[in-house]
Design a protein around this ligand. Structure first.
Ligand code: GLU
Length: 416
């Protein structure tokens, strides 16, 4: 049977494996296999030429047993209800593995944001909030940035919601600009959290990462921050970068200053001077110490996992590795830091942002970094220990920790 690449089927299969190992009762297992609430919306967006385009959007509130659902909003041409369901499930396990008092949710709009002007993007952001306004609030479901949405989009959405409510509501959304109640350190939080856990993995595996090589697949917002922090905090030498147009390789290393300047200037990493072109597929198979998938789902599958030569795979993307690939990587001794742990820095600083909004009192960057480091390191140790003790791959270990916590909350509430 060919392996499924449907992200929601993958998310359900990951849960099934954890449920079996945990000996979850049938009712709890079934409850956790499905979103508690999912909404499909139709958003009319007026284009700059006066035409109205009709876009489809989704919001999935997967599970709120541990707290309000929390998760980003993606704008992508391939977005479907199933991708959003999967991403919402992963958010549920992510907040639980980090022990945040939050549930998991996700939103998406099927569109190509690269074809939209700034004014059209603003109208889409506001239309999305209007369509969902009765289903979200600070204590129910809180959105944040994800693929192709950023702090500006969050600002428009927060403003629209504030207008609907008749007062300022910064806590409705996280990842806002700092001028509007965003947290210091939120912009690069996912990358920073990922770097902290790679550092922890290096210690656990007794590897010296200074001067070791790395490759980054995906050079969007997260990929760029990752490049900078990999260099600054770990002294990694990044030898390859890629984006949706292709990739580049240089054995001596590509400094962040060069990579980011080229991307800013040309909109892509391709054709960067003094580099060799490589494909995204080749980048994943490079002989590097750390491989960072930082783009989209399903890039490491049963067909290419056997060719991955990296010692550590640090998943900054959500869902980059399929269950078939997980088994192969584990057998080959590749140390995978799973998405629900590796990229949890974003939602962790989102949680800090919620706390700061609630208190209307804001922290210095150092305080954010310190608290993030502590949370990431504790969660890493927990997952690493469970994996070691039970001889499991890290994703399954992370699921055991997370699913157990969510199941306990569902039981304590008397749901199952
Ligand atoms: N979109 C990010 C994620 O996938 C952040 C979510 C959030 O901050 O709520 O983790």
């Amino acid at each position: 049977m060919p392996e499924t690449l449907n992200p929601f089927e993958i998310a359900q299969r990951q849960l099934d494996e954890a449920a079996e190992l945990l000996g979850l009762d049938e009712a709890t297992h079934q409850l956790l296999r499905w979103p508690r609430r999912e909404v499909t919306i139709t958003i009319p967006v007026r284009m700059d030429d006066g035409d109205v385009r009709i876009l489809r959007g989704y919001r999935v509130q997967y599970n709120d047993a541990r707290g309000p659902t929390k998760g980003g909003l993606r704008w992508h041409p391939d977005e479907t209800l199933d991708t959003v369901r999967a991403l919402a499930a992963w958010m549920t396990w992510k907040t639980a593995v980090m022990d945040l008092p939050l549930g998991g949710g996700k939103g998406g709009v099927t569109c190509n944001p690269k074809e939209l002007s700034t004014a059209e993007r603003e109208r889409l952001a506001r239309g999305y909030v209007r369509a969902l306004s009765r289903l979200i609030d600070e204590d129910t479901d809180v959105m944040a940035p994800d693929v192709y949405t950023d702090a500006q989009v969050m600002a428009w959405m927060m403003d629209e919601y504030s207008i609907l409510r008749g007062h300022n509501t910064p806590g409705i959304i996280t990842g806002k600009p700092t001028a509007l109640g965003g947290s210091a350190g939120r912009a690069d939080a996912a990358a920073r959290g990922g770097i902290y856990v790679v550092r922890e993995a290096g210690r656990a595996l007794e590897m010296d990462l200074k001067g070791a090589t790395a490759a980054i697949q995906g050079y969007g917002h997260v990929g760029r921050s990752l490049h900078q922090l990999a260099e600054e905090l770990l002294g990694l030498k990044v030898v390859a970068l890629s984006d949706s147009k292709g990739g580049v390789y240089r054995a001596e290393g590509i400094p962040y200053s060069e990579g980011s300047a080229w991307k800013r200037k040309t909109g892509s990493v391709v054709e960067m001077p003094f580099t060799q072109p490589i494909s995204n597929a080749q980048l994943l198979e490079l002989d590097v110490t750390v491989l960072f998938p930082a783009a989209l789902e399903n890039v490491i599958t049963g067909s290419n996992a056997g060719n991955v030569r990296a010692r550590i795979v640090a998943e900054l993307a959500n869902g980059p590795t399929t269950p078939e690939a997980d088994i192969i990587l584990h057998q080959n001794g590749v140390y995978v830091i799973p998405d629900i742990l590796c990229n949890a820095g974003g939602v962790t600083v989102s949680y800090f942002e919620q706390v700061q909004n609630a208190y209307n009192f804001y922290w210095e960057p150092e305080e954010v970094y310190q608290r993030l480091d502590t949370r990431m390191s504790v969660a890493f140790q927990m997952v690493h220990q469970v994996a070691r003790k039970r001889n499991l791959h890290n994703r399954l270990a992370a699921y055991l920790v997370a699913v157990q916590r969510v199941a306990e909350a569902c039981k304590l509430r008397g749901w199952v």
